[in-house]
Write a protein that binds this ligand. Structure first.
Ligand SMILES: NC(=O)c1ccc[n+]([C@@H]2O[C@H](COP(=O)([O-])OP(=O)(O)OC[C@H]3O[C@@H](n4cnc5c(N)ncnc54)[C@H](OP(=O)(O)O)[C@@H]3O)[C@@H](O)[C@H]2O)c1
Length: 285
């Protein structure tokens, strides 16, 4: 991601849902910025694939660091800069074990990106109780549990940390088939405001990012559901979504990552309680 530096060298970051999509891109970019990174997800296969991909990133950075060192620069990459933990963020005991593991390994935590999320694409009249509970528990309760855990540690260790919640444009404007999802993402936005108020006196910044239409497996699932309903092809559904994006291209996970890196940096030190749209112009309030 260009040569932009965000001053994150040596910081410790945890990205929930880091095994694919936006979370994986975030982990990659945080590593490239010199942060130590932990990722979590539920499924071991996805997590293992992500670990291998991220290890390759660290190895490349080490090689680059080694080359810089031989030119007189400091090569300070450590192969221990990465960890992948299996955890379900809506389960309190698993969240506690996750934070213990990260703290044990790295000794501190400067940045939490609450990225893990899930969706169910149904009309409200079709939505089952378990659909609602799943979406609310991962997207809303999961953010609460992880934020509470990190806030306690940041306060205890006097870390002037950053909490960044990945909400969605769906948290600001309702969309068809997204009843539970929109409600859960709106919950994240108000929770962000409250947590920002409560943690301000500890110097901890809490902000949210609202992406639009990002090319990830989650979007593929949405497009497949919409295609099935409208008897159109997935390609046509994607094209129709794209026509609604003023900037005229699909959002990439890296578009989201750039804003998250900024919010994780000291340059965003005077921002807290905000919900930043990164939607190519689709969302404007
Ligand atoms: N893609 C978009 O267009 C878009 C737009 C706006 C906002 N967002 C938000 O951005 C975030 C990332 O989305 P994405 O598109 O990258 O999704 P994705 O491709 O489906 O990836 C979701 C990640 O979260 C993990 N995850 C899901 N449930 C979890 C749980 N209960 N505990 C721990 N990890 C869990 C998944 O791994 P496992 O399945 O193995 O757990 C995976 O690593 C989500 O919060 C999403 O709502 C996405």
């Amino acid at each position: 991601m260009g040569g932009m530096r965000y001053g994150l060298e040596g910081k410790v970051a945890l990205v929930t849902g880091g095994s694919r999509g936006i979370g994986l891109a975030l982990a990659r970019e945080l590593l490239a910025q010199g942060a130590k990174v932990a990722v979590c997800a539920r499924k071991p296969e996805g997590l293992e694939a992500a670990r291998r991909e991220l290890e390759a990133v660290t190895r490349k950075l080490e090689e680059a660091g080694g080359a810089a060192e031989s030119e007189g620069d400091r090569g300070d990459r450590d192969p221990g800069d990465l960890m992948a933990v299996q955890a379900h963020i809506a389960e309190e005991d698993q969240v506690e074990r996750l934070f213990e593991a990260v703290l044990d390994r790295f000794g501190r935590l400067d940045i939490l990106v609450n990225n893990a999320g899930t969706g169910v694409n149904k009309l409200v009249i079709e939505t089952e109780e378990q659909d609602w509970d799943l979406v609310m528990s991962v997207n809303a309760k999961g953010v609460f549990l992880c934020s509470r855990a990190v806030a306690r540690e940041m306060i205890r260790l006097q870390t002037r940390g950053k909490i960044i919640n990945i909400s969605s444009q769906a948290g600001k404007t309702g969309a068809l088939y997204q009843g539970a999802y929109c409600a859960s993402k709106a919950a994240v936005l108000l929770f962000t405001q409250v947590l920002a108020l409560e943690l301000a006196r500890f110097g901890i910044n809490v902000n949210a990012v609202c992406p639009g239409v990002v090319d990830t497996p989650l979007l593929d699932a949405l497009c497949e559901d919409l295609a099935r309903r409208s008897k159109k092809s997935v390609e046509d559904v994607k094209k129709a979504l794209l026509r609604r994006v003023p900037l005229g291209r699909m959002e990439t996970p890296e578009d989201v990552a750039k804003v998250v890196l900024f919010l994780a940096s000291e340059d965003a030190g005077y921002m807290t309680g905000q919900a930043i749209n990164v939607t190519g112009g689709m969302e404007r309030h």
